[in-house]
Design a protein around this ligand. Structure first.
Ligand code: NAP
Length: 219
């Protein structure tokens, strides 16, 4: 599959590397065509490419959105939305404000009554946004078995049921998430909840001194 990973940070690179290792053709995207991190990422890899955000979106059957949450709106506004038509966007982003220290708060524009997931779906109405993986650390995103043999829960949401099923399948085939541990929270508006718990997640990380943990829902 051709997969576009928009974002050259640790998350984008971690996801892109795992996808290449699983046999996909991956283009990592950034604001510029000659981004140093993207070029370095491509080196010594097969089926790995670098391009602009637009080129990576155009290349892709499925897109991972791994951009800094504070800049997603302006980034998408600057892109040609046609590149995203009918494509699934797996949105791992969080709208965090670190300006007042740790743990972060949610950027005011996305707290309580609106979320980044909804914003992305509204900006790209012909794409199918699925919020996923934003509630775990990057290394765990791509290998669920690093915690409790994979027995822990992942939340996803989105408006398109078929798109969510495709994402569940992709996460299970490539990143070892057990389908029975993926909780479909409902439509994209549930991003408010999935993004809202992230400052709490950061607080737990500080308390237990590791990011390598996740939620297990017990009934
Ligand atoms: N760190 C984690 O473990 C974790 C876990 C869950 C979710 N997330 C979320 O995943 C996303 C990616 O996180 P990250 O730590 O890998 O990367 P990041 O530093 O938050 O974001 C890097 C990406 O944002 C892009 N960007 C667009 N406009 C920007 C601007 N004006 N200034 C700076 N960067 C801009 C950068 O573009 P260029 O490529 O052109 O530089 C780069 O591709 C974030 O939304 C984060 O909240 C992170």
């Amino acid at each position: 599959m051709n997969i576009g990973v928009l974002g050259t940070g640790f998350v984008g690179q971690t996801i892109a590397t795992a996808l290449v290792e699983n046999g996909h053709r991956v283009m990592i995207g950034s604001r510029s065509a000659n981004n140093a991190k993207a070029i370095a990422w491509v080196e010594n890899k097969v089926n790995a490419f670098a391009g602009t955000f637009e080129e990576a979106a155009q290349f892709a059957d499925i897109i991972f959105l791994c951009i800094n949450g504070a800049f997603i709106k302006e980034t998408i506004n600057a892109l040609d939305s046609a590149m995203f038509t009918d494509k699934i966007i797996i949105d791992v982003s969080n709208p965090l404000d670190f300006s007042k220290g740790m743990p972060p708060s949610i950027l005011p524009a996305y707290s309580n009554q609106w979320s980044l997931g909804e914003e992305i779906q509204q900006l790209l109405p012909k794409a199918k946004a699925v919020k996923a993986l934003n509630t775990v650390t990057a290394r765990l995103m791509v290998n669920a078995e690093l915690v409790n043999e994979g027995n822990h829960h992942l939340f996803i949401c989105g408006n398109d049921t078929e798109a969510k099923n495709t994402v569940k399948h992709l996460l299970s085939e490539n990143f070892r998430w057990k389908p029975e541990y993926i909780i479909d929270m409902g439509p994209i508006g549930q991003s408010r909840l999935m993004e809202g718990i992230v400052p709490f997640w950061v607080g737990v990380m500080q308390a237990i001194c590791t990011p390598m943990f996740n939620t297990l829902i017990v009934k």
